[in-house]
Design a protein around this ligand. Structure first.
Ligand SMILES: C[S@@+](CC[C@H](N)C(=O)[O-])C[C@H]1O[C@@H](n2cnc3c(N)ncnc32)[C@H](O)[C@@H]1O
Length: 499
């Protein structure tokens, strides 16, 4: 199918915006029309229930769902009613639809999107669910799971200059608009940049869009916040797997993310933060922390990396063979699967990690901190505030001595609970843990000493005072007890269990 790139015609885009607004083609408007059953099915890429609901309604929002979300042919007269100022003719001129027989067919996906009480419309290439065929190599991705994961983990404090590397349709840049003064959005793909410019115009925001690979377009420039959902998918370079530009930066192995980690620091202002997603390879006999840790040596940035998923090479090959719209059992799928297995075997890769990387350029000349943690459990949908708190806590801890930690009266946050597990009939618990209700949902195993400290961490007593009293009651060594308490406070405070 022919791919269309939308035209940047401000007059027609303004009409489109007015019509989408009037039709209530918003997240709420669409969900209300479709109802929970059809909306849920659509999320699972099953369009049939939505087709039945939208087909039974004459509301403009239903016509727009049929046209843009489901990719169905729609009569010109119906499109003219749903887009009364743009009309079908204007949608054709914008490159959003093509005329076919008596109707028009969408060539571009236009959908409402909302977060943090902001509402947008996002144009991208039609997804596989609408076209019924595998996506092309120069496909411009809409909003996917990775996009919303990065958006959810991004720190949303107000800052000056921001950069979105590999902006695609511009989804991260839309989010950045809520809390940054200026935005540079880059992409290697000219088609992606055309979509990004169209979306900026449609949503009445202003971005400096630049073409080029990764950080090349911002040589010599620094930012307060850099975000990237980069083309991190590890792809065999043997030719069996096409270079899907939307997910694959063309490098071998995990080099694209490694390079970004190594080089992003020089583009950060002091105190500036970079956040991105990534995959990393773990060769046999090594660990993910060794792998990611090696990227950070000499990078000059604080690092907090949370590994969220681990796959073996076969699981990875299955995920990404399917992603482009190929199906198990076909020759294409099998050829790609085999190529992935060969590629990972050539580097003796045992597993592949996925996670969220947060880097910060330290203010001043202190040693950067590195915290690589494996936390794969469920997290709340909005993590940005937890990441902000965690980064600020880690920074404070890096800038303060154990004496400072011991002299601060910490408080256990209200979402921290304690669990005691006791063997039936035993007088004392065999396991005591502190469980965090929000954020990363950390579970910290407590000792008698740290459990005793946590029970008095109410903002009155300092760890130094508490450790002295606990050592007295338990008849333990005072220095040893203090060391145990300070290590616990550092671990609990970095993720906000103590504040
Ligand atoms: C996974 S998509 C992310 C799109 C969007 N930012 C999001 O969060 O959904 C990766 C983007 O990187 C772009 N890309 C691929 N190779 C690149 C490179 N070498 N330099 C910069 N961008 C690249 C792709 O065109 C694509 O838009």
């Amino acid at each position: 199918m022919t791919l269309r790139t939308p035209r940047l015609d401000e007059t027609l885009i303004a009409r489109l915006r007015a019509d989408l607004r009037a039709a209530d083609f918003t997240v709420t408007g669409v969900t209300e029309l479709l109802g929970p059953l059809a909306s849920g099915a659509l999320l699972r890429e099953q369009p049939l229930p939505a087709r039945r609901v939208a087909g039974a309604s004459t509301a403009p929002v239903a016509t727009l769902i049929r046209l843009f979300t489901l990719g169905d042919p729609v009569d010109v007269a119906e499109v003219d009613r749903a887009l009364p100022t743009l009309r079908a003719r204007g949608a054709v001129a914008l490159g959003l639809v093509d005329e076919e027989g008596d109707g028009v067919v969408a060539r571009v996906d236009v959908r409402p999107y909302a977060a943090d009480e902001r509402h947008w419309w996002v144009a991208s290439d039609l997804a596989e669910v609408a076209t019924g065929s595998p996506v092309r190599n120069d496909h411009v991705l809409g909003i996917g799971g990775a996009s919303t994961t990065l958006a959810a983990w991004t720190i949303r404090r107000p800052v000056g200059g921001a950069l979105d590397v590999g902006t695609g349709c511009g989804v991260q840049a839309l989010h950045l608009g809520a809390h940054t003064d200026s935005i540079v959005a880059t992409d290697l793909s000219e088609r992606a940049l055309a979509f990004a410019r169209f979306n900026a115009a449609l949503n009445e925001v202003d971005w400096d869009t630049r073409a080029g690979s990764m950080l090349d377009p911002v040589a010599g420039q620094r930012f307060d916040l850099i975000v990237s959902n980069p083309p991190f998918v590890i792809t065999p370079r043997s030719g069996e797997v096409p270079l899907f530009e939307y997910r694959d930066g063309g490098a071998s192995g995990d080099a694209i993310v490694a390079d970004l980690v190594r080089s992003v620091g020089e583009h950060l202002e002091p105190g500036g933060v970079a956040q991105f997603l990534g995959n990393w390879e773990v060769p046999r006999g090594s660990t993910w922390t060794e792998r990611v840790g090696s990227w950070l040596e000499g990078a000059g940035v604080d690092a907090w990396v949370v590994q969220r998923e681990v796959q073996d090479p076969a699981e990875y090959a299955e995920t990404w063979s399917r992603d482009g719209g190929h199906h198990p059992g076909t020759a294409d799928f099998d050829a790609m699967y085999a190529a992935w297995l060969d590629d990972f075997a050539s580097r003796d890769v045992e597993s592949i990690g996925f996670g969220v990387i947060t880097l910060q350029r330290p203010v001043g000349d202190r040693e950067p901190f590195v915290d690589l943690m494996d936390e794969r459990g469920p997290v709340p949908p909005a993590m940005g505030e937890s990441v902000r708190v965690g980064l600020e806590a880690r920074t404070w801890l890096a800038e303060h001595s154990d004496d400072d930690v011991l002299d601060r009266a910490w408080t256990a946050t209200p979402d921290v609970t304690e669990e005691r597990h006791t063997r039936p009939g035993a007088p004392d618990p065999s396991v005591i843990v502190a469980r965090q209700g929000g954020g990363l949902g950390r579970i910290i195993t407590l000792t008698t000493v740290t459990a005793a400290y946590l029970s008095v961490a109410d903002g009155e007593l300092t760890p130094r005072q508490a450790a002295s009293a606990i050592a007295g009651i338990l008849e333990g060594d005072a220095d040893e007890t203090e060391r145990e308490v300070v290590a616990f406070v550092r671990d609990a405070a970095k993720d906000g269990l103590l504040v």
